[in-house]
Design a protein around this ligand. Structure first.
Ligand code: SF4
Length: 126
């Protein structure tokens, strides 16, 4: 059976507990308020940094893609008379370098419109 002293002790214990809970909540509220005043500008700066990095990355990727496309368009093989259009033997003169960046500036390049090519085409057709 609980005595009056036990009741007072329990009441005292509950009061101290609620005091500490209120104190902790108050401290937490103050801490959150302080963090919030720093967190908002920090998030704003981070959002801008992220946006700028994303834009910079997209611009760099686009520039790289354009540079690579320009370089690939310099490969002359598609208009060369030695290009066979057969994947097994792409070129009769330089089979290993045909259609690659190594073929840029190829010294054996002969345009399909050359007289020799027209003559060989006529020979082939006859
Ligand atoms: S000769 Fe040179 S340019 Fe012509 S297909 Fe062969 S590698 Fe390409």
């Amino acid at each position: 059976m609980a005595s009056v002293q036990d009741g007072y002790r329990l009441h005292y214990h509950n009061s101290m507990l609620s005091f500490w809970v209120v104190l902790m909540l108050h401290l937490l509220h103050t801490l959150l308020h302080l963090i919030q005043s720093v967190l908002v500008p920090f998030c704003l700066v981070m959002a801008w940094v992220f946006s700028l990095l994303l834009t910079w990355s997209l611009v760099a990727a686009t520039k790289n893609g354009i540079a690579q496309a320009r370089k690939l368009h310099q490969i002359p093989c598609a208009h060369c008379q030695f290009f066979t259009r057969d994947y097994r033997l792409k070129c009769t003169v330089h089979p290993t370098t045909a259609l690659s960046e190594a073929a840029i500036g190829c010294l054996d390049y002969q345009p399909e419109t050359s007289l020799y090519y027209a003559g060989s085409q006529a020979e082939r057709l006859s």
